[in-house]
Design a protein around this ligand. Structure first.
Ligand SMILES: [Zn+2]
Length: 58
């Protein structure tokens, strides 16, 4: 099953989104995006919880 995430779903003013079949790959891409675009070097636990809650199955 494909999983998808939109950055806007965690309250960022950002149009970036990502899809992956693999949750680990998805989280890796989200981490890289957060680092490059939002200057978040390490996603804090509360944000990670929000991110995981926002991931949708397609
Ligand atoms: Zn973003």
């Amino acid at each position: 099953m494909t999983k998808s995430f939109k950055c806007a779903d965690v309250g960022k003013d950002c149009s970036w989104s990502v899809k992956s079949d693999n949750i680990d790959d998805l989280m890796k891409q989200i981490s890289e995006h957060a680092s490059h675009e939002h200057n978040i070097q390490e996603i804090p636990e509360d944000l990670k919880t929000k991110v995981i809650a926002s991931i949708k199955d397609e």
